[in-house]
Design a protein around this ligand. Structure first.
Ligand SMILES: Cc1ncc(COP(=O)(O)O)c(C=O)c1O
Length: 362
């Protein structure tokens, strides 16, 4: 247990109620921010200190801060859900805290204590509770992150860090929450290499995926499917989501975790939930050729993307330099719908949770 506690400093001028309600009417994703943020500092001599919940505001940063030059940065993404009794809950926040620690270790940053990570989320949600949407697809998206703010241009792990969590009222990630997405098969760009940072949630991974994402958008696709960097044969994941395939015998397949795939908490939850209802889930390598063949033979009936932001989003169509194929009927299939319901019911406290995933905050 760390002895870091977040002191509360109320925002002296929060948004007026009417403005907040107007902003939350159609929040989209990642555009509407709350009144507060959690912040803590690290220095080599004082360790983690100055933890507080305070008014959300710009952060002063020296132009020589290490993060601006060498991208020593990590982040997380989790959601607070409005529960039927008007309270709020988090889903598996300790899994995010652990992944944040592992990302820090991979990026040679000083880890943030896991209990303090959870306390930051809890206190921020509590103070900004009016910002949690009560719509079926709405939630308060929490974005913890850490940056190296040591003022030094030498290339080495920094000795000063800033931990911050901001919160954003969000609706669904994709425009049509009940629709399917079209994905672009990236054959030129890869996302992560063996030995690289693909399993860490660091900003650099996303910066390097943006050219592929822009290519996808120019082809009318919502997301990119990345292949492995070594052989360019194995399907790994999407730009911001893990991927599952569903077969006509009712089984599921998802690529196995490696140092080039982000270990998604949604992915892990789906594997557990699917196995509990008797489905076979294989964590196996899957080549792009096999994907084409399985869709063409009809053996593959569904594919879906999953993540905190996307929840479970069916993939209707795959496009690439020489590919254009449709999966099933290009509509949300029964397996994706069933798993989505099972997952969302736990996240929102609509069902009994035997896993200890649902963390009621208040
Ligand atoms: C690259 C990538 N893969 C997978 C995921 C899904 O992870 P999670 O289910 O923990 O949100 C995310 C989202 O965080 C991601 O950015």
């Amino acid at each position: 247990m760390s002895d870091l506690t977040f002191e509360i400093e109320n925002n002296p001028s929060p948004r007026p109620d009417a403005d907040r309600v107007a902003l939350m009417a159609n929040p989209g994703f990642g555009k509407v921010f709350t009144d507060h943020m959690a912040i803590a500092r690290y220095s080599a001599d004082r360790g983690w200190h100055d933890a507080k919940i305070t008014a959300r505001a710009p952060i002063p940063l020296d132009p020589a801060a290490a993060v601006l030059h060498y991208a020593q940065e990590i982040f997380e993404g989790l959601k607070a859900y409005r529960t039927a009794d008007g309270g709020a809950a988090l889903f598996r926040p300790e899994a995010n805290a652990l992944r944040f620690r592992r990302s820090a270790e991979r990026m040679a940053m000083v880890p943030f204590p896991e209990d303090a990570f959870i306390e930051a989320q809890r206190k921020l949600v509590e103070i900004d509770r009016a910002w949690i949407p009560d719509t079926a697809d709405g939630s308060l998206y929490l974005r913890p992150f850490m940056i190296a703010n040591e003022v030094f241009l030498g290339v080495k792990p920094a000795t000063e860090y800033l931990f911050i969590t901001i919160a954003s009222a969000v609706g669904s990630y994709f425009k049509d929450p009940n629709g399917t997405v079209t994905v672009w098969l990236s054959e030129h760009y890869t996302r992560a290499a063996p030995g690289g940072t693909g399993a860490a949630k660091c900003g650099g991974n996303y910066a390097s995926s943006l050219a592929a994402q822009a290519e996808a958008a120019s082809k009318g696709c919502e997301q990119v499917v990345f292949l492995d960097a070594a052989e360019r044969r194995y399907v790994e994941e999407l730009g911001g989501m893990n991927v599952f395939f569903v077969f006509d015998d009712g089984s599921l397949l998802t690529p196995p975790l490696s140092d080039s795939i982000l270990p998604g908490i949604t992915r892990d939850s789906i594997i557990t939930l699917a196995r509990e209802v008797g489905m076979t889930v294989r964590e196996e390598l899957y080549t792009i050729d096999q994907w084409r063949a399985d869709v063409s033979s009809g053996r593959q009936t569904e594919a879906f993307a999953c993540g905190t932001a996307a929840v479970i989003t069916p993939i209707g169509r795959v496009r690439g330099r020489e590919d254009d194929f449709t999966i099933g009927d290009a509509v949300a299939g029964p397996v994706a719908r069933r798993l989505r319901t099972a997952l969302v019911d736990i996240q929102r406290g609509n069902t009994n949770d035997s896993h200890g995933w649902f963390k009621k905050l208040f």
